[in-house]
Design a protein around this ligand. Sequence first.
Ligand code: NAD
Length: 482
Amino acid sequence: MRSAQVHHNLIGGHHLPASTGLAIDVVDPADGTVFATLPRSALADVDAAVAAARAALHGPWARMTATERGRVLSRLAALITAHHAELAALECRDTGKPIQQARVDITACARYFEYYGGAADKLHGETIPYAAGSTVMVLRVPHGVTAHIIPWNYPAQIFGRSVGGALAAGNACVVKPAEDACLTPLRISALALEAGLPPGALNVVCGLGAEAGAALAAHPGINHLSFTGSTVTGTAVAQAAAVNHVPVTLELGGKAPQIVFADADLDAALPVIVNAIVQNAGQTCSAGSRVLVERSIHDTVLERLAARFAALRTGRGADAPDCGPLISARQLARVQAKLDSAQQAGARVVARAQRLPDAPASGFYFPPALLADLPLDHEVAQDEVFGPVLAAFAFDGEDEAVQLANGTPYGLTAAVWTRDGSRALRLAHRIEAGQVFINNYGAGGGIELPFGGMKHSGYGREKALEGLRSFTTLKTVAILHG
Ligand code: NAD
């Protein structure tokens, strides 16, 4: 057996082991084997990374023009594209996701650096007409040291969207990727050095959430914190950051509704609805985990969805199945417990996907499940499963559709399927979500579209130019010159 590959932190341009000398096993979700190790970092490593980022703000990075910063990011985008096959294979192995999804993720990661590279020198402040004989300039300046805590479900994409915007705006970054999957952020950070990013402008500290993650969130040396992950952890990091009055962007969970009216084009809607929950094995904050169907077509839609679920293949990501394994044994146990609890509460499994015969018994496979008759107040109807479980509910009329759509603590994304344009717009206004899709679904949406939540899904926006602005703050310079 080949020995596990040892990975290091990236601090000040150096690849370093953790100060603790400890390591975390990296497990292949497809078969449960350990194939790499990560440094299990502690406060001392976070201190070193924050100090390296602070130093970068006084070095060559700070002296680069916005155009030069943009060129570095554009070169990084090109390098990611040049290493596309290698990075996609790494993402597939690390997260378990189907290789075709991993390819999409690496393309998106490159696109974030391309987008923010192009935008770097188009971000500017404004002037304000004020008192007679004065000039007032509002400068848009970087926060300084930005911290980025990212989850395991889309390591490359979320790294790109968060770090891309922060670097374009001139910040120096400290990233704490997730312990369950962080190999692509590490590799892409090494490519960033090749692209010409000065050492210290981007630092990556691996480790456990409760150790390295908590140390970073509470660090007095950071000036902004971008967190993507669960609502519970988001609350904890926002509280830790508040002690130092550090502004926070929270990208948390969701319970996205797919609302299907009787006049919808079902041939267009149903494949998208299935993909919205099966993509990344349902481990997506914007997974379409509820399908709300107008009562007159409820049974037909359920029957047609059931046929699609039964035909789905679950297997090793490298074999390009419809659905890969879940990230870990712990996640598999969690999702299974939620399904068991739903069934005990009266939910019916209408259809279940197939497991491919060569999916190893030691892998973390959970074939997608379609549920009906789930009580509305059950936790599976209200809270994230973070697995491929779709629950169907019937509604009568627009008001009930809106009531159901808004009837969870979350408000991240939603979709409305109807041929009635006026109704679609009425719903778009009434649904509490950061993104509403009409007759399509982006499962997170495009790079150019502001993304983020309402209610317990978080606050602040990433992606788009709004994401770039969120990595800046304003400084007003008022001059009285007579
Ligand atoms: P998580 O909250 O457990 O972990 C996210 C990150 O936070 C990881 O890097 C982890 O190490 C770190 N962390 C954990 N405990 C910490 C602590 N006490 N202090 C500081 N950092 C800590 O979430 P997860 O299990 O990695 O990801 C799944 C969750 O993320 C889901 O709920 C999902 O909806 C959400 N998510 C949201 C988005 C979004 O953009 N809104 C995107 C992806 C995932």
